[in-house]
Write a new protein. Structure first.
Length: 764
C-alpha cells in the first residue's frame, strides 16, 4: 500500500487521564495523612473520617475516568475507527515522481495556498491545459505530506467517471474498517465522506483528471480542518471554484525551469547547444519538453538537430516523440494525442460540431493573439456552417461562435477573454491540430483564413496595435501553409501584409518579404502571373522608399513593359506602374519629366476609372506635388486646395488620399514662402495624424519633422532644434539608426543647429 507512517493510538487520551487521576489520588492521600501542624495522625474516629474522604476522592476520580473512557470508546467506535496497524492508510496508486522533476513556482503556490491555520484553503483545483504537469504537482504534494508524517489517510482516485470516484471512496471505507466488504459502493462512499467530515485524523483526497465536473456532483469531500482535497482538471468552469474551493491555474514551465529540465535530462554538454531555443520552440510545455528530451536521448540527437526536425512542416508532431510504449514518466499519451479527448468533449458540447472547425481555423493563425473579429466574418461563418452540415444546412451565427470559443476556453484548449478582443492558443496545440488536417481541408481553411484577414484588415493604418495583430496573423498563416497562398491565388493577403509593413515604416521588411514573394510566385506560377507582377510592383516601390529612387524608377520601367505585354495598357496594375515610374523619376531628380509622365497617366485614369475614383484623385495629388517640385509652388497650392475639397467630399476627412493631400498642401505652402501658414496647417495635421494613426506612426513623425523645419524658417531656430532633438530620440527608439526618418531628423537637426550657432555669433 506504499509507505506507512506511525499514527496516534486511539486510546492514548484515556491512558493519560488514568495516570493523572492516580497521581491526584496519591497526592490527596499524602495530604490527608499529614495534619497542617506536621503531627502524625492517630487512630480513632478522626482517622476513620479521613480514610473515608480518601476513599471518596479515589472513587470519584475513577468514576470520572470511566465516564470519559466510555464516551471516547463510543466516539471512536461510531465515527473514527481506524485500522489496528496504526500506520498511514493509502488507497490508490500515487503516480511515480517524474525523472528530473522540477520544483516549480506552481508547487510553491500550491503549498502556500494549502498552509495550515485559519486561512488554510481545504480544497484546491489545479486547472490547466493537457501537458502542463498538474498530476505530477498533485503527486509531489501528496508525497511531501506523507513523508513528513502529516497524513493518516491518503486517497488517490483517477476521477474519469462517477463510478471510479465511488469505487475509490468505497475502497477507503473498507480499508478503514468503516463498512463490511459486502456494503454497496455508494453507501460505503457516503460512510467515508461522513467519517471525513467528523474525524480528527489527517486525510488527503486527490481526484485526478476530473475533466467532467458533473462526475463529482454530490461527492466532493467535505470541509474539515484536518483534511485536504486536491483536484486536477483541464476544465476551468466557474463551478470548480465554488463552495470554498480555490482554482489554481497551472501554467507552463518558466524559461529557467524548462532549461533546467533539459540540462538534467540530457546531461551531455555537447548535445545541449540551443537548449533554450528548443524550450521556446516547444512553448515551454512540460510534457513536450519531457518527451523531446526522451526522443533526443533515444535517437542520439542534440537540441539543435531536434529543432531542425521540429521546424520541418513535412513531419508530424507524433513522429518527433517516443513511441507510445516507450513514453517517459508514466505518460499515458504522446504530446500530439494529449488534447484529443478535450477536443472531442468541446466539439460535443452545444453548439455541437463547432469547436473542432473553429480550432482548425485558429491553428493556422497567430498563437499569441487571434482577433476574435476574424471568426465572425462572412467567409468564416460560411465555412463553419458547411463544417457542421452538408451544403450549409446548419446555419452558424456570431452567438454560436462565442459559445464554441467558450467551450474551447473552459477545456484549456485556448485562452479567450470575451472582452479582450483576441484569443490565444498554444503553438503545439495548433501544430497537433494542423497535423490532423488532410490536404483538401487545409486548402479550404487557408482560403477561409485569408478571406477573413482581407475582409477585416483596416484600409488605413489608423491603429498600430490592430495593424500589428493582422500582420502577425498573416505571417503565421504564411508560415503554416507555405505555398498554398500563392498556389491558390490568395496572394492578395501577402500584398496587404507587405504594404502594411511599409506603411508602418518597416521598409526593409517590406522589401525583403516582397523580394521572396517574387521568387516564390515565379517558381509556382511563372514570371508573367499577375501575382508575380504585383509583387514586383511592391518591391520596386519600397526600393524607392528605402532611399534608392533611381533603382525604383528603373524597376518600374521594366515592369511597365511587362504589364503592357501581359495585361494590356489599361489594366489597373499597368496604370499603377506608370504612375510610380513618373513619381520616382521626380524623386530621382527629374521633376519636369515626372510631371509630364504623370499628366499622361492622369488622362488615362480619367478615361478608365473616372474623375471620382481614389486612384484618379491620388494621381491628381502626385501631379500637383511634382508641379511644386518643379518650382511652380503657387500653382501646386491652388491644385492641392481643389483636390483637398474633392477628397473631403468623395472620400471623407480620414481617408489616406485626403490626408496625403493635406500633407502636400502644408508642405507647398511652406515651399511657396508662407511659413506661418505651413506651421498652422502642419500642427492641425499632426493632431489628426496622432488621433487617427497614433503618435509614433511614420506619417505623424514626418509631419513633426516638417513642423520643426517651418518653425525654423519663421525665425525660431532654437525651437526647431529642440523639437528635432526630441524627434530624433523618438525615431532612434522606434525605428533605429538606419531608418530614413532617423536620417531626415538628423540632417534637419544638424542644419538648424548650425543656423542657431550662426545667430549667436551674429548677435555677439
Amino acid at each position: 500500500m506504499g509507505e506507512v507512517f506511525r499514527r496516534r493510538p486511539p486510546g492514548r487520551r484515556v491512558v493519560v487521564l488514568l495516570v493523572a487521576a492516580l497521581l491526584a489520588a496519591a497526592v490527596a492521600i499524602v495530604l490527608l495523612r499529614r495534619p497542617a501542624d506536621g503531627t502524625t495522625l492517630r487512630p480513632g474516629w478522626a482517622g476513620t473520617e479521613q480514610a473515608g474522604w480518601i476513599a471518596g476522592i479515589i472513587s470519584a476520580v475513577f468514576s470520572l475516568v470511566g465516564t470519559v473512557a466510555a464516551v471516547q470508546a463510543l466516539r471512536v467506535g461510531r465515527s473514527d475507527r481506524a485500522p489496528a496497524t496504526g500506520r498511514l492508510v493509502q488507497v490508490g496508486r500515487v503516480p511515480q515522481s517524474a525523472s528530473w522533476f522540477q520544483d516549480r513556482r506552481a508547487q510553491l503556490d500550491l503549498t502556500r495556498v494549502a498552509r495550515t491555520g485559519r486561512t488554510a484553503v481545504l480544497t484546491q483545483v489545479l486547472s490547466g491545459m493537457g501537458g502542463v504537469g498538474k498530476t505530477q504537482l498533485a503527486a509531489q504534494f501528496a508525497r511531501r505530506l506523507a513523508h513528513t508524517g502529516e497524513l493518516d489517510l491518503l486517497v488517490w482516485i483517477t476521477a474519469i467517471s462517477r463510478d471510479a470516484i465511488l469505487a475509490g471512496y468505497a475502497q477507503a471505507a473498507r480499508q478503514l474498517h468503516l463498512v463490511d466488504p459486502t456494503v454497496d459502493p455508494e453507501q460505503a462512499a457516503s460512510t467515508l465522506l461522513n467519517w471525513c467530515e467528523r474525524t480528527d485524523h489527517r486525510w488527503l483526497v486527490v481526484l485526478d483528471n476530473l475533466d467532467t465536473p458533473a462526475h463529482a456532483a454530490g461527492w466532493w469531500p467535505p470541509a474539515n480542518r484536518h483534511g485536504r482535497t486536491i483536484v486536477t482538471t483541464r476544465r476551468r468552469d466557474a463551478v470548480l471554484a465554488a463552495e470554498g474551493r480555490v482554482l489554481v491555474e497551472v501554467g507552463l514551465f518558466s524559461e529557467v525551469e524548462a532549461a533546467g529540465y533539459l540540462h538534467r535530462a540530457i546531461a551531455d554538454p555537447g548535445r545541449l547547444a540551443e537548449a533554450g531555443q528548443l524550450a521556446a520552440d516547444l512553448g515551454h510545455l512540460p510534457l513536450a519538453v519531457a518527451q523531446a528530451a526522451a526522443f533526443i536521448r533515444d535517437r542520439g540527437l542534440d537540441c539543435a538537430g531536434y529543432r531542425r526536425l521540429l521546424t520541418d512542416r513535412r513531419r508530424r508532431l507524433d513522429e518527433l516523440v517516443p513511441q507510445p510504449d516507450a513514453l517517459p514518466d508514466d505518460h499515458r499519451a504522446t504530446v500530439a494525442a494529449t488534447w484529443s479527448l478535450s477536443i472531442d468533449v468541446a466539439d460535443a458540447a452545444v453548439p455541437t460540431g463547432l469547436a473542432r472547425p473553429v480550432l482548425n481555423l485558429v491553428a493556422l493563425l497567430d498563437p499569441n493573439g487571434v482577433p476574435t473579429a476574424l471568426l465572425t466574418t462572412a467567409p468564416v461563418l460560411a465555412y463553419l456552417s458547411d463544417a457542421r452540415g452538408a451544403d450549409g444546412a446548419v446555419t452558424t451565427d456570431v452567438d454560436d461562435v462565442d459559445r464554441a470559443l467558450h467551450n474551447l476556453h473552459r477545456l484549456n484548449l485556448i485562452t479567450h477573454d470575451p472582452h479582450g478582443g483576441a484569443l490565444r492558443a498554444h503553438a503545439l496545440v495548433q501544430r497537433a491540430t494542423r497535423d490532423q488536417l488532410v490536404e483538401k481541408q487545409l486548402a479550404r481553411i487557408t482560403r477561409v483564413a485569408a478571406g477573413a484577414l482581407l475582409s477585416r484588415w483596416p484600409e488605413t493604418e489608423t491603429r498600430p496595435a490592430v495593424s500589428q495583430a493582422f500582420r502577425a496573423n498573416a505571417v503565421a498563416l504564411h508560415d503554416h501553409v507555405g505555398d498554398l497562398l500563392l498556389a491558390n491565388d490568395l496572394h492578395d493577403v501577402l500584398i496587404r501584409l507587405y504594404s502594411s509593413l511599409g506603411e508602418a515604416g518597416l521598409v526593409r521588411a517590406a522589401c525583403a518579404g516582397s523580394e521572396q514573394a517574387i521568387a516564390d510566385s515565379a517558381r509556382l506560377n511563372g514570371p508573367d502571373h499577375t501575382a508575380t507582377l504585383a509583387f514586383r510592383l511592391l518591391h520596386a516601390f519600397y526600393q524607392g522608399r528605402a532611399g534608392d529612387a533611381a533603382r525604383a524608377a528603373e524597376e518600374f520601367t521594366t515592369l511597365t513593359a511587362d504589364c503592357v505585354r501581359v495585361l494590356g495598357p489599361d489594366a489597373h496594375l499597368t496604370l499603377t506602374t506608370r504612375h510610380n515610374i513618373a513619381f520616382w523619376r521626380g524623386e530621382a531628380g527629374d521633376p519636369a519629366g515626372a510631371a509630364e509622365a504623370t499628366a499622361e497617366v492622369l488622362a488615362d485614369r480619367l478615361r478608365v476609372n473616372g474623375p471620382d475614383h481614389p486612384e484618379t484623385l491620388n494621381t491628381r495629388g502626385s501631379l500637383a506635388w511634382l508641379q511644386g517640385e518643379a518650382g511652380e509652388h503657387a500653382e501646386a497650392v491652388v491644385a492641392l486646395r481643389e483636390l483637398l475639397a474633392d477628397c473631403r467630399r468623395l472620400l471623407g476627412p480620414e481617408h489616406h488620399v485626403t490626408l496625403k493631400a493635406r500633407s502636400g498642401l502644408a508642405f507647398q505652402l511652406g515651399a511657396s514662402g508662407d511659413h506661418a501658414a505651413a506651421v498652422t496647417e502642419t500642427r492641425t495635421l499632426i493632431a489628426d495624424y496622432t488621433r487617427i494613426l497614433g503618435v509614433e506612426h511614420p506619417l505623424t513623425l514626418t509631419a513633426h519633422r516638417n513642423l520643426a523645419w517651418w518653425q525654423g524658417c519663421t525665425g525660431d531656430p532654437q525651437g526647431a532644434t529642440e523639437a528635432l532633438e526630441e524627434l530624433l530620440a523618438t525615431c532612434l527608439r522606434v525605428f533605429g539608426s538606419d531608418h530614413r526618418l532617423t536620417a531626415d531628423a538628423t540632417d534637419a537637426l544638424t542644419y538648424w543647429r548650425q543656423h542657431e550657432q550662426s545667430d549667436i555669433i551674429s548677435d555677439e
